[in-house]
Design a protein around this ligand. Sequence first.
Ligand SMILES: Cc1cc2nc3c(=O)[nH]c(=O)nc-3n(C[C@H](O)[C@H](O)[C@H](O)COP(=O)(O)OP(=O)(O)OC[C@H]3O[C@@H](n4cnc5c(N)ncnc54)[C@H](O)[C@@H]3O)c2cc1C
Length: 413
Amino acid sequence: MNPAGFDELGGIMADSDLLIIGAGISGLSMAHYAAAAGWNVLVLEQEHRVGGCLHSHRFTGALDGFWLELGAHSAFSSYGNLLEILESHHALSRLQPRAKVGFRLFTNGAVRRIPSQLAYSELLRAPFRLLGLIKTGRNIAEYYGHIVGPRNYAAVFEPAFSAVICQPADQFPADSLFNPRPRRRDIPRSFTLHGGLQSLADILAGSSGLRVESGQIVQNIQHSDGKFIVRTSSGDHTTHALCLATPVAVATRLLASEFPELASHLAEVGTATVETVGVAIPKSQLNLPLLAGLIGRNEPFFSVVFRDVMPDPAYRGFSFHFRPGMLDEAGKRDCITRVLGLPNDLLTLANTVRKNNQLPVLRVGHGERTQAIDRLLAKSRLALTGNYFAGIAIEDCVTRSQQEFLRLQQEAG
Ligand SMILES: Cc1cc2nc3c(=O)[nH]c(=O)nc-3n(C[C@H](O)[C@H](O)[C@H](O)COP(=O)(O)OP(=O)(O)OC[C@H]3O[C@@H](n4cnc5c(N)ncnc54)[C@H](O)[C@@H]3O)c2cc1C
């Protein structure tokens, strides 16, 4: 018997007790829990970097030392499971508080303060409308639209929620956003790390007892006689237990032939692509106020996330999260220079970077779907983790990984 308690695979030596596909925060947190329990873990990642949506682009050349976020930008003192993992890596001292700068709206070609866009007469009634209102079973438009009133919802709240989830917010389940969690008082309320949230992934992937192989695209998986065979571009791996920690569309495709019922449930979850363009601009070229970001209303972008929360002496960084399929590259450049008030030729190959991320499109009733998925996973050595269970926040991913690892541990006896 190996440390995980699995029997030998009919004479075939397995590469690992647990093979994890995907080295985003879901896969890396799963790997953390398994490695901490003494399991032999292998993580396969298709990219040559780890992190997935935790992607802090670090510039080289003239901009050496400057970074900006192409995906997630904020973690919070309420991310208890994530913080526990960082604590076990002695990494809490690496947390950096984000500067307290606010968000504003960008609409009709101008930056507007959020209070100036609110209808206060409508807002005054909000506490009364909250009474007895239940989140579960309602989408964001129904729940928050009812609380803040239709004018406020359309002018401020719908654009703000869409900016948070990087997709149109109306039909997203209200209970999949802002899950209440206790805050840790010893941690900055909103934090990042030196070098950005990419450093979270780097810390986890670099931990001892963990093998992470990057540049490994998993092409298919087979399951027979209780073992999993995972085929990549450069060879096969055999494992006792398998965890898929990829975007939901990839998990659907990889499971389709061997686990068709599971795949059919996953196929019901849609995917939203976020087209992100990040730019680094010398401070001297800009007149914009210092901000955490801009929320787009009737704009081709959901949000523009500013690097001003971690000020740099020479540069400012801006990550435009564009609505998919609306603008070509030239259109995006025009939009960026229009919003930042810059001449078009300031955007060069050296200071501009692009990334597409994928997020799940959740809908009311998603809880029943995940329950059906969990029923199919029960008693198996197949695990699923990701941002398509309780919610899309980093902490939701870590919490799912923890639950799935505990289940696998029970299976292993
Ligand atoms: C623009 C943006 C802003 C966000 N902001 C925040 C925020 O501020 N705070 C917050 O809490 N959350 C935020 N989120 C949400 C959060 O970042 C994500 O939900 C979370 O990081 C997803 O992690 P994951 O590991 O589940 O998936 P991913 O990060 O997508 O990781 C999946 C990994 O699987 C790999 N993979 C895919 N297919 C294969 C294959 N065939 N073989 C091998 N590897 C494969 C991918 O390359 C990737 O590395 C944001 C998301 C986006 C896109």
